[in-house]
Design a protein. Sequence first.
Length: 94
Amino acid sequence: MRALISLCLAFLLAAAPAFAAGAKGAKAACENGLRQASRELDRAKAKGRGGTWEITKAATLLAGAKIQSECGKYPNCVDKVRRARAYIARSRKK
């Protein structure tokens, strides 16, 4: 039993840097994605696409992504940013 506990503890200590690196990568992806998507959204609105449902949906998703970022839920933020950028791209095709 003691060996099992030692083995689990060793695994957790070895894996901790990898988990931290993944969290840092997700945070950076979230922040960069928010910046890029916000610029894309502003450009789309400037071109007169602000009233389309795709732009409205993208703006809502980006607002949610910002909240996720502030709460430290970076994977959720990245997902919302990805979906928002897809809506913005879809609005360009119309």
